[in-house]
Every structure is written in structure tokens, then in C-alpha cells.
Design a protein around this ligand. Structure first.
Ligand SMILES: Nc1ncnc2c1ncn2[C@@H]1O[C@H](COP(=O)(O)OP(=O)(O)OP(=O)(O)O)[C@@H](O)[C@H]1O
Length: 878
């Protein structure tokens, strides 16, 4: 009965009723009833959910994400009041729609201490509030100090969750708080995922499937109850069924998928009955354990489909597939059981299925999706699947689930007005996952097959964690770019986001569409505080904190497109794997030889052939487009490089040319300076010779004689003389008048003195080039020309003091030469001998003459010094 109250659209009224309970579940199970105004009643197809531009702030590990406005928190606070108002009858419940973008919800469930537990004095988990717990390692540093030196796990940590359920929490309450909103989503055409996470023996399977008692039924049977309670008579006899992830095709009620193997059939098999007897004992599948009814849109008709898959050792199996026991006649002997099952492949959903939706997911090809008409039938299917799970994967370790079990409930709803149009059929899914225990290999002390199991489990859980981590980082970056809108282009940021490694494990591949924004995600963390695995539980807590920082998007499932119903079978590559496992309870164990048929990834399921081909074509053409695009980018990059190189070369060339021009200018100036200076030097020499009076007539005749001799290049002339000769012949005086030439060349008798004087002048000029001589220059004069120019100017104006000394000295020498000139010229050998006197002797003489203090010796001393210096310079030059 639904009562309509005149209340604001945003308000809901909540009423509860009690239900008969069993002793094992002392607190009454609840059926919640909520009425809403007519304005809130959904009519016709649901309007597409608006995308909000606001993003929720991501959560930190120790910060509670639920504010007072959070509907979940509100529900939590009102729970006791609701339980105190029992009502009769099952009434529709409307759960207020939540935000379309929200973080993954993480609920913590603390397992109670039970008899099987290894006794531990105190639990290491303490509940602080409805949303937070503290973990304290009781065996702290005092017991094992080295552990805390090496471990990254702190001794005490506080963790927060969307809600914390204490050990005494009833299954019914737990279901209402965690799963019921997801069932509501399913009925309204949205997708949802719930998974349990925790170490072995922490209560995951108990949470999902429940205990043996009906009142302790888990969230899975309760979900089925609520769905069928809510749909009621609105179930359709539609001829359409689900295919792949969210496609729809014409379903044949007599198809293989619907010819299901029943428990009754299994029971008829004596060998299986022997093994499974205990498992089938005391089951009452017909009784509904949860009578909650949710509001559904009555303009639609509904059909419910069930699939049950298992991920074991990184292979996906259909737990609802027919198993074919082969009895007798096998080499295995009469006590063995030969069962066959086939590993399934995961394929990308074809575009035709997710057209209109942003995200393409993946589906398990060949996984049976079986139409169920009642909760009892659905539960029987699940029981069958659980038996298969035990037989094939986990009876080897009967205490622990070594595989991930995924139950998917699909709801197809079709509007009554357009009953026969498959494009109007909407598909929504709810997947409940019971993950395998997250314990570490070192703690399980497993080997062989068990070690492989543990490796596969850890790999898939690790990849799940990595996916969460990457998604969180990507979402943070996107949120930042949105905050900086205007400065940063969000499209550019999207291109740089990291790839989420969903493909690295089968589990994440199957679930990826939920994480990329196709529905709400709820995580249930199970913890056993009496367990010894403190470290493992710490990791579980951290994982939950990480998951809560990831956001997902809820949106309505798009109308399905009609899938291809053409079936063309195609042979697939298969190979067999035989496994021997022991089954049964301790004391009653039996061996079973299992044979598993596995299919190669390339071999497609017949039903997907056409779509796969279409997908492949699209994919290949997309790849070609990308190659073209990349080629174009490469060409552009090469062109840019070539242009840059040409520009750089041109710049370098211009720079070099400029430098060369500068150097040319510099050297030209230097040469001009040199020529000018040489001219001045010559002028100074001529002046000097004029002053010394060496340019008289008799000397002229001697000079002529000398020049004649020189022209004949005398044999006895020393190298030095030759040098001087050449130097004179190429002097700037070439082309001067004979008189000038005669002035320039002294008589042979005075040649030595003249040469000394010339050397001295050269030295003087060299000195003038080397540095400024001591001259009377006003240093305070402004804008002084360079010292060298000053010196040159002065040289050109007046003979320097050194020149004057030279003149004096030359004069003295010439007078001596004149005196000697009267005598005969010295014989050639004597002259040669004189010329070849050792430089040491000459130096000695020079020093001797220099040591004399007489004024007459002064010019001689200077000439000697100049000669010595010239000789040194010549030596250096050589
Ligand atoms: N909330 C609970 N109340 C009572 N008993 C519980 C509860 N949770 C778990 N148990 C019991 O604890 C035991 C271990 O639970 P369960 O098998 O669900 O653990 P698990 O985490 O699924 O282990 P595994 O990963 O190895 O399958 C079971 O006997 C179960 O009945």
C-alpha cells in the first residue's frame, strides 16, 4: 500500500515494519517503506541524468567523507528509530537519488569472534565512531623491535569509512545500508557494483552469501528477494534477452542458455551426490528472507537475467555452465570424477552496444545469462554456481575461497507502449563480487598449485589497487584543470592522463566499465580483528582509503540496440588441462580428476562474430588514421628541424663574415701604421746621418765603392751582412735619388759603426713599439692619444735622447773610422775573424766598455748595449 502525503518534493517519510526473526538473528529484519509526493514519482522513461559540473572533493585516509547532508549518514543515524516503528506488509521504498558523481563508498564490517578463531586476548581493532576505527598492533615494538624498523606499517593508525558496522550487525541491517540503494539503482535503469575485500576468514563469503540459516542470508539472496518483490507482476514475457555487456537480442526461450542444469539433476548423479551431499543439506531456497519492496516504474515490464562467473588463476569460467560428469571407463578409476569446463575470453563491447554511452566496457564472451522468473529459481542457480565453484576451484582448500566470484543480475525493462521495439529495451546491471582473500603468500605458506592460486589472487588485487591509484591521480588532475578553467585547457589535460591498467588482470578487465563512470561502486571491507594478520589488515584498510578517493559517475543505461542474432559457428582452438583435487570434508575426502577446456583468446564466440568483425574493421581503420596522423606529425617535426638548422647556419655565417671583416680592418690599419712608422724611421735616420756629417763627398765615393761590392755579393760577407744587404735593398728608400742613396749607405770603412748605429736605432724603434719610453708627456692632459702615437709623433718631430746619444756615439765612431780609413783596409780573413769573434768576447768587451765611467765611453757603451739587445732579438727571432 502506497500512501501519498502532501509533502515537499524533497521530503520522504520513512516507516518500518518488523518481521518474524529466528533465534540466530535476534534483531528483526526490516522492510522499509517510504512514500513520496506525486511530483517525485517517476513517469515514463527516466530523464537522462544531468551531468553536474561540480566535483566532490576527494577524501583522505583519515578524513570522513560523509557530511551531515550525506543520505547514507542520515540513514545510519535514523536506523534505530526506524527499527522501533514496525509496520505490517511490504511497501515500496524510494531511496532518494544521490549525486551522479560520487566517491566509491567503503563500508567496514568487523567480524565477531567465533569458536574457530585462534584465541587472541584482545582485538587489535577498536571502533571509535560510526565512521572510524583505530588499529593498534598489540604485538608492538616491545615484542619485535626489528619488525618496526623494517616495516612501513605503523603501530597505530586511524582509518575512516563511509560507515563502520560493528560485529553484532545483522545481515538485514547491513543489506539495507549497503546494498539496497544499489538495487534501487538497478530498478531505475542504472548500473552498480559491489565488492567485498579482505583477508581470508574475515567474513566476505558470509557477507555475500550468508550463513546456513535463512535469517543470516547474505546480500546476494536478499538482493534477489527485493528485486522479485519489487518487480512482482510487472515481469514481462518479452522475447528479448541480454547479450554481451549491454546489448539486446531476440531470445529463444528454448535456447541452450536457458536449458539450465538444475540441482535436482545434479542430485540424481550418485557420484556428485556423494561429494556434494553436505553442501546441499538443509537448503530452503523457496523462502524469501527479505520482504522489502522498492518502487518501480509501472510503465515498464521487466525481465531478470542472471550470470555467475569465476576468475580462477587468471582464467574466467562460467559457473552456470553445464558440467558433464563422465563415469566409469576412464583411466582415472571408479572413484574419480571427470568434469569438463571451458575457460572464457574477455572481449571489448562492440560500439553498437554502447552507442550513446561514453564508455565501452568488456564482457565475458560465452558467459551464460539465464532468465530467472522467481527468487527461488535465481537462488537455485546461485547454489549451483557455488557448488561448481567449490568443485572446480576451492575444494582443494575447503576453508578458503581461492577465486573471485562475480554474480551479475541484469534487468531488462521495456516500455509498455513500444513493447516490440528492441531499441526501447533498457539494460541495467548489478554485479556483486566476492573477492578471494588478500593474504600474502608468505603467510599462507603455500606451494605448487596453491602458490599459483595465491599469485593470481594477489596479482588481480594488486592491479585493482593500481587502477584505483591511477584513477584517483587522473581525477585529481582533472579536478585541478577544472579549477583552473581558463588558464588550462581541460582537453589538453585529458590527453596527458595516465592509462589505467585495467587490462593487466582479468578481474579489472571485467569490472572496468564500472570504474570508468558507469554506475555506483560500493566496497565492503571485511576485517577479522582476532586474526594474526595485522599487516594484511593494515593493507586492506589503506586500500579502502584509496578507493574512497576515487569517484564514479551514475548514469542511466542507454537504450539498447538490437544485437545480431545470426549465429555462425567458428571452430576455436582448445586445449585440455587435467587437475586432480581432493574434495569433501575431513574424514570423508574423495579425489576428483578435473579436465578443463581452455579457449585461446583469438577464437571468438560464435555469437559475437559479426560484431567482432565490425569492431575489428573500425579498430583497424582507426589505427590507420592514427598512423597517418603520426606520419604527418613526424613530417612537420622534420620540416621544423630543417628550417631551424638553415636559420642557425645563416646566423653563424653572418657572424663569421662580420668577424672576418673586423679582422681585415684591423690588419689593414696595422699595416698602414707600420708603413708610416717605417717612413718616419727612415726620415729620422737620414736626419741623423745629416747631423753626423757622414754625407760628404769622399764618403760618397766610398759608398759607391761599397755599393758596388755589395752588388757583387762578396764571398766573405757574413750571414748577418747578407741579411743587412737584403734588408737595405728592399728598404722603402728604393727609388730615391743617388744622393739620398749615397747618404744612406756609409763608406765601407765605417760600415761596422754605421751598422751598430742602425741596429741601435732599430732597437730604439723596437723599444718604442714595445712600450712607451720615458718621455716628457703631460699625464694629466685629457683625451690623451695612445702612448704609441705620442711616441711616434715625438719621434717625427725631434730625435729622442736615445737618438742623440746614438748620434754622439756614431759621430765618435766615424771619427775613429776616418782615422783608420787612412790606413789600408783590413784583409778579408782578418775581417772575417773579427766578424766571427765569439759573442761572449763581444759581450765582455761591451761590458768592459760599459763599466768605464768616462764620458767618452758613454756613447760606446750605449751602442754596445743596443748591439747586444739587437743580437738577442735576432736570436729570438731565429
Ligand atoms: N558477521 C559474522 N557473523 C557470524 N559469523 C561470521 C561472520 N562473518 C564471518 N563469519 C564466519 O566466519 C567464517 C569465515 O567467514 P568467510 O568464509 O565468509 O570468510 P572469507 O573472508 O570469505 O574467507 P575466504 O576468503 O577464505 O573465503 C565462517 O565460518 C563464517 O560463518
Amino acid at each position: 500500500m502506497t500512501s501519498r502525503l502532501p509533502k515537499p518534493a524533497t521530503m520522504t517519510t520513512r516507516a518500518t515494519r518488523s518481521k518474524t526473526t529466528t533465534p540466530a538473528d535476534p534483531t528483526p529484519a526490516m522492510a522499509t517503506r517510504t512514500t513520496r509526493t506525486a511530483a517525485m514519482k517517476p513517469r515514463g522513461p527516466p530523464a537522462p541524468v544531468k551531468k553536474t559540473t561540480t566535483r566532490k572533493v576527494t577524501q583522505t585516509a583519515t578524513k570522513d567523507s560523509e557530511g551531515p547532508s550525506n543520505p547514507d549518514s542520515t540513514t545510519t543515524k535514523k536506523a534505530p528509530a526506524a527499527a522501533s516503528k514496525p509496520t505490517n506488509g511490504s511497501q515500496p521504498v524510494v531511496i532518494p537519488p544521490d549525486h551522479d558523481v560520487e566517491p566509491v563508498k567503503a563500508f567496514l564490517r568487523i567480524r565477531p569472534q567465533i569458536n574457530d578463531d585462534t584465541p587472541s586476548d584482545k582485538p587489535y581493532l577498536e571502533q571509535l565512531s560510526d565512521t572510524s576505527v583505530r588499529m593498534l598492533d598489540l604485538a608492538g615494538p616491545a615484542t619485535n623491535p626489528s619488525r618496526y624498523r623494517l616495516s612501513t606499517v605503523p603501530q597505530t593508525s586511524t582509518y575512516s569509512f563511509s560507515h563502520v558496522f560493528p560485529p553484532a550487525t545483522l545481515q538485514s541491517l547491513f543489506f539495507t545500508k549497503t546494498t539496497l540503494p544499489l538495487v534501487q539503482d538497478l530498478l531505475q535503469g542504472q548500473n552498480a557494483l559491489l565488492f567485498t575485500y579482505g583477508v581470508t576468514n574475515s567474513g566476505k563469503t558470509y557477507t555475500v552469501q550468508g550463513g546456513s540459516d535463512p535469517s543470516s542470508a547474505g546480500i546476494l539472496p536478499r538482493t534477489l528477494d527485493v528485486i522479485f518483490n519489487s518487480v512482482g507482476r510487472l515481469q514481462s514475457d518479452s522475447k528479448y534477452g541480454p547479450v554481451r555487456l549491454q546489448g539486446v537480442e531476440a531470445a529463444d526461450p528454448t535456447s541452450d542458455a536457458n536449458k539450465i542444469q538444475s540441482l535436482a539433476k545434479l542430485r540424481q548423479d550418485p557420484m556428485l551426490a556423494q561429494v556434494l551431499e553436505d553442501e546441499l543439506e538443509g537448503e530452503d531456497l523457496d523462502t524469501a528472507v527479505d520482504s522489502t519492496v522498492l518502487r518501480v516504474d509501472k510503465n515498464y515490464t521487466y525481465s531478470i537475467w542472471l550470470s555467475y562467473a569465476e576468475v580462477y588463476n587468471e582464467k574466467v569460467y562460467d559457473l552456470l555452465a553445464d558440467t558433464s560428469p563422465v563415469k566409469g571407463g576412464t583411466k582415472a578409476g571408479p572413484s574419480t570424477l571427470l568434469l569438463a569446463r571451458k575457460a572464457l575470453t574477455i572481449k571489448p563491447s562492440p560500439p553498437s552496444d554502447w552507442e550513446g554511452s561514453q564508455n565501452a566496457g568488456k564482457y565475458v564472451a560465452g558467459l551464460r545469462q539465464i532468465r530467472v522468473h522467481s527468487a527461488a529459481q535465481a537462488k537455485e542457480m546461485l547454489k549451483l554456481g557455488q557448488l561448481h565453484r567449490k568443485v572446480f576451484g576451492t575444494l582443494a582448500n575447503s576453508q578458503s575461497s581461492r577465486s573471485h566470484a562475480l554474480v551479475t543480475v541484469k534487468l531488462l525493462r521495456c516500455h509498455r507502449g513500444d513493447y516490440h521495439d528492441p531499441s526501447n529495451v533498457q539494460t541495467s546491471r548489478l554485479t556483486l563480487v566476492d573477492l578471494a582473500g588478500s593474504e600474502r603468500t608468505k603467510n599462507t605458506q603455500t606451494s605448487g598449485d596453491r602458490l599459483r592460486e595465491a599469485g593470481s589472487i594477489n596479482k588481480s588485487l594488486m592491479v585493482l589497487g593500481q587502477c584505483m591509484e591511477v584513477m584517483r591521480a587522473n581525477q585529481k588532475r582533472l579536478a585541478q584543470s577544472l579549477a583552473n578553467a581558463g588558464r588550462v585547457d581541460t582537453r589538453d589535460v585529458k590527453k596527458t592522463l595516465a592509462v589505467v591498467p585495467f587490462r593487466h588482470s582479468k578481474l579489472t578487465e571485467i569490472l572496468m566499465d564500472y570504474f570508468v563512470g558507469d554506475g555506483r561502486v560500493v566496497m565492503i571491507v571485511n576485517v577479522n580483528p582476532y586474526d594474526t594478520g595485522f599487516d594484511e589488515n593494515s593493507h586492506v584498510m589503506k586500500f579502502a582509503a584509496l578507493a574512497r578517493e576515487v569517484t564514479t559517475t551514475r548514469k542511466p543505461a542507454p537504450p539498447a540496440k538490437k544485437g545480431s542474432s545470426a549465429v555462425t559457428s567458428r571452430p576455436s582452438e582448445q586445449y585440455r588441462r587435467k587437475v586432480t583435487i581432493s574434495m569433501g570434508k575431513p574424514g570423508r575426502q574423495s579425489e576428483a580428476l578435473l579436465e578443463v577446456l581452455e579457449e585461446d583468446e583469438e577464437a571468438g564466440d560464435p555469437e559475437d562474430t559479426d560484431d567482432d568483425l565490425e569492431l575489428n574493421k573500425a579498430f583497424v581503420s582507426a589505427l590507420f588514421d592514427e598512423i597517418d596522423d603520426l606520419r604527418m606529425q613526424l613530417f612537420e617535426a622534420e620540416m621544423r628541424c630543417a628550417i631551424t638548422e638553415a636559420e642557425t647556419r645563416e646566423e653563424v655565417m653572418e657572424d663569421m663574415e662580420q668577424r672576418m671583416r673586423n679582422m681585415e680592418k684591423m690588419y689593414l690599419k696595422r699595416i698602414t701604421d707600420e708603413v708610416e712608422m717605417n717612413e718616419r724611421k727612415m726620415d729620422a735616420k737620414i736626419d741623423m746621418l745629416h747631423q753626423t756629417g757622414l754625407l760628404d763627398s769622399e764618403e760618397t765615393s766610398e759608398e759607391e765603392e761599397y755599393s758596388e761590392k755589395e752588388n757583387h755579393a762578396p764571398d766573405y760577407m757574413s750571414q748577418d751582412d747578407e741579411f743587412e744587404y737584403e734588408e737595405t735593398a728592399s728598404s722603402p728608400l728604393d727609388g730615391k735619388s743617388a744622393l739620398d742613396r749615397s747618404q744612406h749607405f756609409p763608406p765601407s770603412a765605417k760600415r761596422t759603426q754605421w751598422k751598430a748605429a742602425k741596429d741601435d736605432m732599430d732597437v730604439t724603434m723596437d723599444m718604442s713599439l714595445d712600450g712607451p719610453p720615458e718621455m716628457d708627456v703631460d699625464e694629466e692632459e685629457e683625451d690623451l692619444p695612445p702612448p704609441r702615437l705620442v711616441q711616434q709623433r715625438q719621434l717625427s718631430r725631434a730625435p729622442s735622447p736615445i737618438f742623440e746619444a746614438d748620434v754622439e756615439q756614431t759621430r765618435a765612431s766615424s771619427s775613429q773610422a776616418r782615422a783608420k780609413g787612412k790606413a789600408k783596409a783590413q784583409p778579408a780573413p782578418a775581417k772575417a775573424a773579427r766578424n766571427t769573434r765569439s759573442s761572449k768576447v763581444q759581450d765582455q768587451e761591451s761590458e768592459d766598455s760599459m763599466s768605464s765611467d768616462s764620458p767618452e765611453a758613454q756613447p760606446t757603451r750605449m751602442v754596445a748595449a743596443a748591439t747586444k739587445k739587437k743580437r738577442v732579438l735576432n736570436t729570438k727571432r731565429k
